[in-house]
Design a protein around this ligand. Structure first.
Ligand code: COA
Length: 143
């Protein structure tokens, strides 16, 4: 029997420590503390967290001005749950909240995940880290 996966956008009861741990275990941790994870999700336009039972097994979120531009980040499915459509479902939940907007994202693998949802390659992405990665006032304990 296929395990039921739940998709939640309400961030009220998220265990950010658990999210940090599972990202570390799955080698998709980018260094954020649990507090920084919480702040980055709470400051997003929309987020989706996928659960198997009470366990976090996927994330996706979008930054947006609510008018014309959205940027999708933190798309991740726990390794043992991949290729079951979970990332596609999370992306669909975000996309349906972005009517009329241009969505951009950066992908270095699994390009078909996005092309199957209608994304087209759009050169050229440019990026820069200002100062030192994650070193800013998000490290303050008060979120
Ligand atoms: C990329 C990732 C989010 C995909 O999650 P997923 O839940 O397995 O994705 P889905 O099951 O919705 O995949 C849908 C389709 O996308 C494509 N796809 C997914 N993963 C792929 C991969 N690793 N390589 C190539 N195509 C892939 C396939 O066409 C797939 O359809 P199929 O399974 O019928 O062949 C997951 O592999 C992951 O977390 N990887 C590590 C983190 C990462 O790279 N995130 C993306 C940052 S841009």
């Amino acid at each position: 029997m296929t395990e039921e996966i739940q998709y939640k956008s309400d961030l009220k009861n998220v265990d950010w420590q658990e999210m940090k741990q599972i990202l570390e275990i799955d080698r998709f941790d980018n260094g954020r503390t649990p507090q920084q994870l919480q702040k980055s999700f709470e400051n997003s336009y929309a987020s989706v967290i996928a659960y198997a039972g009470s366990n976090i097994i996927g994330t996706a979120r979008v930054l947006s001005d609510g008018v014309c531009n959205g940027y999708i980040v933190d798309v991740w499915t726990l390794t043992q749950y991949r290729r079951q459509g979970i990332a596609s479902n999370m992306l669909k939940i975000l996309i349906e909240q972005l009517e009329g907007q241009h969505i951009y994202l950066f992908a270095d693998e699994a390009i078909d995940l996005y092309t199957k949802l209608g994304f087209k390659p759009q050169p050229t992405g440019l990026g820069k880290v200002v100062g030192e990665w994650l070193q800013n006032d998000s490290l303050d304990s008060s979120v």
